[in-house]
Design a protein around this ligand. Structure first.
Ligand SMILES: *Cc1c(COP(=O)(O)O)cnc(C)c1O
Length: 425
């Protein structure tokens, strides 16, 4: 099973003789054990086995291990949402008094989590301009900086993060790089191949693909050597009193980070994905490679149409040769980026809104990266809570429309755009 296309269909779950071909849904909260001692060993993490779905469930594990294989990682877990995945990914190694760095261009929900909610927990995040050179970025590193966070393709500005530059920044300072790979998916980019240490996903987007279930995932490459920087990561490198003195990094090696996130964070915060939703994620993963190819081909046509229409003020899509992100996209996403793009209609904010209201099947929705064409206006929707200054910092202009190209006939999508442009005059 060498390529992501094949792993998407066959990875994670291998049925035995006479067993179901499709991943079964284990719709059970609990598992039965014969003796008290058998179960006691599980609680001590002495034996592995299932006992309660808040910690682990076989359906979730099959799906997580498929996604892990697609990313080329070592261990993975599912969470109830992308927000929970990003929260766990950082909180698993940061505690009160710590600091971390994130690109300023990340998704509005994550920006809020990092900038506002983490601050309340005593964890400080500095947002940086991801285009700065390595020497400039180095100035933001402090003695208590514990990780660096970015998105492979940013939501909504579709900027491509220079993964190798950020991996160098992280590793020069003995800390891991965490990448949210939601928009690229492992089909179009595998961040571990460029030095990233931990990947997160909102499976709600392309991975599910059909707008049916909210979910998230964390995948660890297993490459970061926690013990080599033990002073920075006491949670992984010193005994956990809530687990009878287990030291995750020595006991679990490459699985330490995911084991801690499961045994400690999932136990305490309970953000488990339901097995039913994991099943939808599994169905989505099977067709993900075929769908991503279609999204990219359609988006290319749509972007070229928008770029050629003089009623459009600007269009940003990394697939366009003239795009500021084209070169980085060629390097990190050679098969294509995704179906998402941004543009503005001439006449500014008002015209952009009128144009959106004139579309027929392209739907205004707080969703993105779906099989159907969707759009929204970040300044009035997802990024509503940001000030004008923060909007500017995040690279979002007031007229910006986030357009998520679906799998319809591309000529129909273009026809819908044309009729809406005709209406606004
Ligand atoms: C949507 C999104 C999230 C949040 O995921 P949810 O599943 O909605 O909680 C995080 N990161 C990115 C890049 C997203 O697009």
């Amino acid at each position: 099973m060498s390529t992501v296309d094949t792993i998407a269909l066959h990875g994670g779950y291998v049925p035995g003789n006479g067993e179901p071909r499709q991943v079964p849904i284990y719709q059970s909260t609990t598992w039965k054990y014969s003796t008290s001692e058998d179960m006691g060993k599980l609680f001590d993490l002495e034996a592995s086995g299932y006992f309660y779905t808040r910690l682990q469930n076989p359906t979730n594990d099959y799906v997580a291990s498929k996604l892990c294989a697609m990313e080329g990682g070592f261990a993975g877990m599912l969470t109830c949402s992308g927000q929970a995945a990003n929260f766990f990914a950082v909180f698993n190694i940061c505690e009160a008094g710590d600091h971390f760095i994130a690109s300023a261009n990340i998704y509005g929900g994550t920006y809020n989590l990092f900038g506002v909610t983490f601050k309340k927990m005593g964890i400080e995040c500095t947002f940086v301009d991801q285009t700065l050179p390595l020497e400039e970025l180095q100035k933001y590193i402090r003695p208590n900086t514990k990780c660096i966070f970015g998105e492979t393709i940013t939501n909504p500005t579709v900027d491509i993060l220079d993964i190798e530059k950020f991996a160098a920044l992280a590793h020069n300072n003995g800390i891991p790089l965490i990448m949210d790979n939601t928009f690229a998916t492992p089909v179009n980019c595998r961040p571990f191949e460029f030095g990233c240490d931990i990947v997160t996903h909102s499976t709600t987007k392309y991975i599910d693909g059909h707008g049916s279930s909210v979910g998230g995932a964390i995948i660890d490459s297993g490459n970061f050597d926690w013990m080599a920087h033990a002073d920075k990561f006491p949670g992984l490198c010193t005994p956990d009193e809530s687990y009878h003195g287990i030291t995750y990094a020595t006991k679990f090696g490459k699985a330490a980070y995911i084991t801690k996130a499961t045994a400690q964070l999932m136990r305490d915060f309970g953000s488990i994905q339901s097995p039913q939703n994991a099943y939808y994620v599994q169905i989505g993963l099977e067709s993900l490679p075929a769908r991503m190819a279609r999204h990219c081909a359609n988006a290319q046509k749509v972007a070229e149409f928008l770029a050629s229409d003089d009623r459009i003020a600007w269009v940003k899509y990394p697939g366009l040769k003239t795009d500021s992100q084209h070169e980085l996209a060629q390097k990190y996403c050679p098969k294509g980026t995704c179906g998402v793009m941004c543009f503005g209609v001439k006449g500014g904010r008002e015209k952009s809104i009128k144009f959106m209201d004139s579309l027929k099947f392209a739907t205004i929705a707080t969703h993105v990266a779906d099989c159907k064409t969707l759009l929204l206006h970040p300044a009035s929707h997802t990024h509503r809570q940001l000030t004008d200054e923060q909007l500017k910092e995040a690279g979002i202009s007031p007229d910006l429309i986030r357009f998520s190209v679906g799998m319809e006939d591309p000529d129909d999508i273009i026809a819908d755009l044309k009729q809406a442009l005709d209406k606004i005059g």
